[in-house]
Ligand binder design. Structure first.
Ligand SMILES: NC(=O)c1ccc[n+]([C@@H]2O[C@H](COP(=O)([O-])OP(=O)(O)OC[C@H]3O[C@@H](n4cnc5c(N)ncnc54)[C@H](O)[C@@H]3O)[C@@H](O)[C@H]2O)c1
Ligand SMILES: [Zn+2]
Length: 256
């Protein structure tokens, strides 16, 4: 191992001890996750990396109601590819460690911006999916939901003849009010709030960090890169989730 790596790991070990100590005395814990949570499962993030462009299209230009109106086949094809990849992906060590942390601690809520369903697949029970799930589709005419198709012609049609769209929240769309209320309520009540694998640039999701901070939570970030949330964090851990969360779990299990 290179010296710089060893130094980084020593720093994570100290940070895991500090955060682990906070977690064992916390009344309620919230973890807000983003695309970086699933990067080590092989699913690309939006900003930077190999997933930044798809057929010369930017995700920000495909994940909109206007794009779907204009070209439902194109948008459905992009989502089909992502759905197939998500179905083939497996939860990584970070997802698995969060699931076990939840079992070791009392109140533990995961609020995710991810639409890949990997937290649930890792066995996490209390997951708020802010932006819905690409594993599901819903009819734009009658609202019926069904499992998103993995093959067959696109765009997919409902039994009523309406177009099926992915059951996700697109740019420019509002979050489901009950889903947002759950997320906001848990952020307000959090004694420790961890923001992991998100650039914290997409609102209202990123606003949860501010809500938690103003309500008095200890806020920690886990991300190899600086983000828009870094400045208000009480603790910043520059590590990938797949390395840091298992270390954090080990600290918590030792203490409890
Ligand atoms: N897997 C998914 O479901 C998926 C994938 C791409 C985008 N999205 C959607 O795109 C939007 C983009 O916002 P976002 O903030 O979630 O993603 P983002 O692409 O804007 O940012 C990803 C962040 O993850 C960090 N990161 C990369 N690898 C990491 C690792 N191993 N450990 C920890 N952090 C790591 C990066 O430094 C970056 O800050 C969201 O609304 C989300 O719904 C979802
Ligand atoms: Zn229908």
């Amino acid at each position: 191992m290179k010296r710089s790596n060893t130094a980084a790991r020593d720093a994570w070990a100290n940070e895991a001890r500090e955060l682990g100590h906070r977690l064992t005395s916390a009344v309620s814990v919230v973890v807000l996750t983003g695309a970086g949570m699933s990067a080590e499962s092989g699913l690309p993030t939006f900003r930077g990396g190999s997933g930044a462009l798809w057929n010369d299209q930017r995700p920000e230009d495909l994940a909109t109601p206007q794009a779907f109106d204009r070209d439902p086949k194109l948008v459905s094809t992009w989502y089909r590819e992502r759905r197939v990849r998500a179905a083939a992906a497996r939860p990584n060590a970070g997802h698995r460690a969060l699931e076990r942390l939840a079992k070791s601690l009392g109140s533990f809520t995961i609020v995710t911006q991810n639409v890949d369903g990997l937290h649930a697949e890792a066995g996490s029970a209390d997951v708020v999916e802010l932006h819905g799930s690409i594993r599901w589709s819903r009819c734009i005419a009658c609202g019926d939901r069904k499992r998103g198709s993995l093959d067959g012609p696109l765009p997919d049609l409902c039994a009523c003849g309406g177009l099926m769209r992915p059951d996700v929240v697109w740019f420019g769309e509002a979050l489901s009010p009950p889903v947002w209320e759950r997320a906001e309520g848990s952020a307000r009540e959090a004694s420790v709030f961890i923001v992991a694998g998100t650039s914290a640039a997409v609102y209202p999701a990123a606003g949860l960090v501010h809500i938690a901070k103003h309500a008095g939570a200890f806020v920690a970030e886990v991300n190899p890169e600086p983000t828009e949330a870094s400045a208000i964090c009480d603790l910043v851990v520059r590590a990938p989730v797949g390395a840091f969360f298992p270390e954090l779990l080990a600290v918590v299990q030792q203490r409890s």
